[in-house]
Design a protein. Structure first.
Length: 146
């Protein structure tokens, strides 16, 4: 009989598989395909040792998802390079350590479309757009709250 951890891991990866099979590919420079992931999840700063308390978690709008990472939108760059992400929507939240690997300036439009801005690039249309940072993260390992 599979352990509870194995069942939770299987459920999480089934969720990732459902999301990544749904189309909505986003262009990028990676070998892995990115897929749109319009979901609210929670993140908290992580010191690499102590699991953050529940009140440290803040909701963030996710942007895309791969089998090894995800990205989300914030108004400013996080103060920590290591985070705990809580993927909810399964029977229980699944927690991962995530490392920030890329930060890019972007605009979010009222229709939720995102325009990445290259250094020195002027946006095509800024009407109603909100400036944000697109934060790309790599999933490092699964964590268990202590």
């Amino acid at each position: 009989m599979p352990s509870l951890d194995a069942q939770i891991d299987a459920q999480f990866f089934q969720m990732v598989h459902r999301q990544t099979d749904s189309g909505g590919e986003v262009g990028d420079r990676r070998m892995e395909r990115r897929h749109r992931y319009d979901a609210m999840q929670k993140i908290a700063p992580y010191d690499g040792v102590t699991f953050p308390p529940e009140q440290a978690f803040a909701p963030v709008p996710c942007h895309d998802l791969t089998q090894s990472g995800f990205s989300f939108l914030l108004s400013t760059r996080p103060t920590h390079d290591s985070l705990v992400v809580s993927f909810e929507g399964l029977t229980e939240p699944t927690y991962f350590e995530a490392r920030i690997v890329q930060v890019a300036k972007a605009l979010v439009y009222p229709d939720k479309s995102v325009e990445l801005l290259d250094e020195g690039q002027a946006p095509v249309n800024t009407q109603g757009a909100q400036p944000v940072m697109l934060i790309g993260c790599r999933l490092v390992r699964r964590l268990t709250p202590s």
